[in-house]
Design a protein around this ligand. Sequence first.
Ligand code: NDP
Length: 319
Amino acid sequence: MNVVLVTGGTGLVGRAIQNVIEHDKRENEKWIFVGSKDADLCDKESTRKLFDDHRPTHVIHLAAMVGGLFHNMSHNLDFLRNNIHMNDNVLHTAHEYGVTKIVSCLSTCIFPDKTSYPIDETMVHNGPPHPSNYGYSYAKRLIDIANRGYYDQHGRLYTSVIPCNVYGPHDNFHPSASHVIPGLMRRLYDLCKDGASTEDKVFTVLGSGKPLRQFIYSIDLAKLIIWALREYDSVEPIILSVDEAQEKSIAQVAETLARTFNFKGKVVYDTSAADGQYKKTASNAKLRKYLPDFQFTPFEQAIKETVDWYIKNYDRARN
Ligand code: NDP
């Protein structure tokens, strides 16, 4: 029996994996989803107790301190230290307990700031990350270094995936700590709530609206992470992203959201706010070699599902 422990199992990606696994569970697999209430992964003893209780054979390591541009900019040291501690505790405890495979999550936003495009898996360590999120980035990059070490020294198949921006149900919608899509959704929700007329309202988007991003629906990412756990047998990281042609500007995202919320007022771009990296286009060519026919959910459909979920679950969402 394979016992799969999912750290960060209560978060955006963890919940999506739970959702997919409900329909795609295999006979020889037992899945365990844990959040910060089950163990503080910044703490070695708490991490040990978790592994002692569940004795996993496989780990999907999602737990991390995660935040949007503005939260990262003001808390780089916290992002660095918390993530280094969590990653080292999980990887090393897993090794001590004989875990045979780990899939950890890096992110496309940890790549070098100055780079050529599209970014690919060989470029993770090729230069400093964008100054806005260096703490998070260096902590994440070290997972790849550790994976290589566990393979070289112990023959372990600990690998990593590199998702682009993720969105979907169970995201963090907190106004100051959220990523762009849930942040904009939260603002639109507040503008549109109680069926108020929106014609004379203003929806302010921070930044110019020009930066380009690839967004992956959490359910699509969940399917790909489960595939990586079952089938992807290399220590080398693999980018899990939509195709390059599916890149969107922040303005396109804001307008899609405004339409989905049926917002009738004015969309305004506050150019005094930081834009972050202009683009960070990633190539999914490696993924496409393995899964040429994988169908990503169309953006409008996935946004609609996410907005519907948020409106229905506002009271229990992370606000
Ligand atoms: P969330 O913020 O939604 O969830 C974070 C998870 O980590 C939660 O389950 C949380 O537990 C858990 N966690 C945080 N701190 C601790 C701790 N000290 N001990 C134990 N558990 C802890 O993150 P996402 O689902 O968005 O991200 C999942 C992974 O994907 C992360 O590694 C992230 O870096 C990566 N990623 C995310 C992207 C995105 O756009 N969201 C993009 C690219 C990569 P609880 O909720 O119970 O407190």
